[in-house]
Ligand binder design. Structure first.
Ligand code: ADP
Length: 488
């Protein structure tokens, strides 16, 4: 199949979250299976032009009222022989820091126009290459205009055999802007309602994508069900119920070249199911690096997260009612946190660290520490309010670090709850997110650590044997692509 991925972020070129990992990993596996996959994304300021190859001639992109003149650059995706990535280069739109915004200006006000240039550009690029894909696969709201353009415009301009698939990586981000931005789409006002942009008299890019794509996917089966309910549907639940016959949940995989304790280059010592001894050295190294007491007998809990409400950070860290202070004072544990994000939360982490000798926080983004926490901890705390798929709990399982999670979305699909009677399970779960349930479930894990060490060992081994490869997910996407083609 010929597949064009459209995404605002793609590893290793630009990333804010799991979306960027998923797009490139899926593309790479499909490429290995022999499909003609190509990726199109913006060339942000930080992506060095001198390392890319320019395509000949400028490319006109009919976003907004007038044509935008862009350049296109290309390179081959690292780790592949023939997976091209195309970069749309437009100084006015993408020649700045940040993908959607900057720390001080979190949402660029011209995002409707910027991502309209990306999506229109995707089709212009195909014309320029004289390459017409079977599937346009758009990811998240910033690429949602692509299925809309296909259905209402491009279908009649040479893309009559192309079908679209739209993947929701996180329904919480929808791209909602004032209606005055609508002309940025380059579409006639007829389509304001017809294509599903209208959202309480504003424009909603995600909603238009959900209305227009031939098939919809999201990144775990449980999340696919949850988003059809008012609780987790972010106001899109009715539309998603309406389209439930076209909506499929496919779990993301893990890049086991990077996330593999037996060859992880960031670890003090590599280890595997058969050779677990190395994990103890990684624990000691982490305790040492973070300035904690080096002691194998104290259970060590890790957190690696964006400090955002979605991740349950209030239930853990909020002043007065968050559970962390009680966890660290009432239980014999150690906790390390790696995260960046909301300022109140960063401040609170510093406050907790100043009060608690067994609590350490690193505020910022640190690749090596994220690996060392996965390897060195005994437990990984991930109480997300909602979690479309989640990567960190899967990394934790593969590293034998038992996850403590809220039973939601991808967390529910990947972690099996501990059964105290039999010792079965791969982690610890609670059903309702409250500070008390976080406290209680950490307490449950601590109880098992001190009283049922044989269960903990068996759970670690069971977790490390889990298969989260992209291959099986890619097969499921191919089924979705076929279903999309049958719906043209
Ligand atoms: P989301 O995409 O919602 O942020 P995921 O669990 O799907 O959550 O993916 C998060 C990714 O970002 C993981 O690869 C995780 O290790 C990484 N990550 C998050 N915060 C940090 C940080 N402060 N330092 C290093 N890596 C981080």
């Amino acid at each position: 199949m010929k597949i064009l991925m459209v995404s605002a972020e793609v590893v290793p070129f630009a990333k804010t979250g799991g979306l960027a990992d998923a797009v490139s990993a899926l593309a790479i596996v499909l490429n290995k299976l022999g499909h003609d996959v190509r990726i199109v994304m913006p060339r942000y300021y930080k992506i060095d032009r001198s390392k890319l190859t320019p395509l000949e001639g400028p490319m006109g992109v009919p976003a907004g009222y007038v044509e935008a003149w862009t350049e296109v650059y290309t390179t081959i995706m690292p780790g592949t022989k023939n997976l091209p990535v195309y970069f749309i280069d437009h100084e006015q739109c993408f020649g700045r820091d940040g993908i959607y915004g900057t720390p001080t200006d979190t949402d660029f006000q011209d995002n409707p126009y910027r991502f309209s240039v990306l999506c229109h550009g995707a089709f212009q690029l195909c014309r320029k290459l004289d390459w017409y894909p079977d599937i346009v696969h758009a990811h998240d709201w910033s690429a949602a205009l692509a299925p809309v353009l296909l259905k209402f415009v491009e279908r009649y301009n040479g893309f009559d055999k192309t079908a679209s698939v739209f993947t929701i990586h996180n329904l919480g981000y929808q791209g909602v802007y004032g209606k005055h931005n609508y002309p940025a789409t380059g579409l006639d006002w007829n389509f304001f309602y017809a294509a599903g942009f209208e959202d309480w008299d504003r424009i909603n890019f995600l909603k238009a994508g959900l209305t227009s794509a031939n098939m919809l996917t999201t990144v775990s089966p449980t999340y696919a069900r949850e988003i059809q309910t008012p609780m987790a549907g972010f106001r899109m639940d009715a539309l998603l119920r309406h389209r439930s016959g076209d909506l499929v949940g496919i779990l993301n995989g893990v890049d086991t070249e990077i996330w593999n304790p037996s060859k992880d280059k960031y670890l003090a010592e590599n280890y595997s199911v058969g050779k677990l001894a190395g994990k103890a050295k990684d624990k000691a190294a982490l305790q040492e690096r973070m300035g904690l007491e080096v002691n194998p007998d104290i259970p060590l809990f890790g957190v690696v997260t964006r400090l955002a409400d979605q991740k349950g950070v209030a239930e853990m860290f909020a002043p007065t009612y968050g559970s962390m202070y009680r966890i660290c004072t009432e239980m014999k544990v150690q906790v390390v946190v790696l995260g960046a994000g909301e300022k109140w939360c960063e401040d609170e982490l510093r406050t907790l660290e100043s009060k608690l000798p067994n609590f350490k926080a690193y505020i910022g983004y640190d690749e090596s520490l994220s690996h060392q926490i996965e390897a060195g901890c005994d437990f990984f705390l991930m109480p997300s309010r909602y979690e479309p798929c989640g990567l960190n709990q899967m990394y934790s399982l593969l590293y034998g670090t038992l996850p403590i999670v809220h039973r939601t979305g991808g967390l529910a699909d990947t972690v099996e709850n501990y059964n105290e009677a039999t010792g079965d399970g791969t982690g610890f779960m609670f059903d309702e997110l409250t500070p008390q349930s976080v406290f209680d479930t950490v307490g449950w894990a601590v109880y098992a650590w001190y009283n049922k060490p044989e269960h903990i060992k068996a759970m670690q081994k069971r977790a490390m044997k889990k298969d989260f490869s992209w291959e099986s997910s890619a097969e499921k996407y191919l089924e979705v692509y076929k279903a999309a083609l049958s719906r043209i």
